[in-house]
Design a protein around this ligand. Structure first.
Ligand code: G3D
Ligand code: MG
Length: 179
């Protein structure tokens, strides 16, 4: 009996969890994905289309889709939505001018039927840059406290050093056990 339960647990935990990594171009999405994967900074080129990698944390398999964020590509984001359990929204914390654009993209996504049950992790990236926006400032400008129908969490990070990334991943992992 114990063996059977153990096997069932294994099957449950090895299920793939689909994650989409979104955000405006230059936010650091691809750098974050490859930091997760290799703990190294890779030289990135603007993503045309998407990159997909599997990240395993404590037996949870996250299938992560890094989607191009240039304006012309944003209208294709919804083709990646089906079966998505987690949205990672990456923000360039130095890009004050475009935070309202990110805000619009965030609320459009959250209103999408296919993302009704998705949890949202917001990475306030580039925290290494002097005078960048803090997580508190970003939370206020995005009015995150108004989001009641999706679990969300904001995490400051620096994709170049990896600081803050594992804390964010752990939040995702905790949501898989919360569900
Ligand atoms: P994107 O996939 O969201 O479009 P990229 O963004 O991952 O391609 O990163 C865009 C640029 O931001 C890259 O610089 C990358 O090195 C830089 N970057 C990513 N994360 C950080 C960070 O935490 N801090 C700082 N200072 N820079 C970061 P280049 O020069 O290659 O365009
Ligand atoms: Mg990219």
């Amino acid at each position: 009996m114990g063996l059977l339960v153990g096997k069932l647990m294994d099957i449950f935990w090895s299920q793939e969890r689909k994650v989409i990594i979104v955000g405006l171009d230059n936010a650091g999405k691809t750098t974050i994905l490859y930091q997760f994967l290799t703990n190294e900074v890779i030289h990135t080129c603007p993503t045309i289309g998407s990159n997909m990698e599997e990240i395993v944390l404590k037996k949870t398999h996250f299938l992560m889709w890094d989607i191009g964020g240039q304006e012309a590509l944003r209208s294709t984001w919804n083709t990646y939505y089906s079966d998505t359990e987690f949205i990672i929204l990456v923000i360039d914390s130095t890009d004050r001018d475009r935070l309202l654009t990110t805000r619009e993209e965030l609320y459009t996504m959250l209103a999408h039927e296919a993302l009704r049950d998705a949890s949202v992790l917001i990475f306030a990236n580039k925290q290494d840059v002097k005078n960048c926006m803090t997580t508190t400032e970003i939370s206020q400008l995005l009015t995150l406290s108004a989001i009641k129908d999706h679990p969300w969490h904001i995490q400051g990070c620096c994709a170049l050093t990896g600081e803050g990334l594992s804390a964010g991943l752990q939040w995702l992992q905790s949501r898989t056990t919360a569900n």
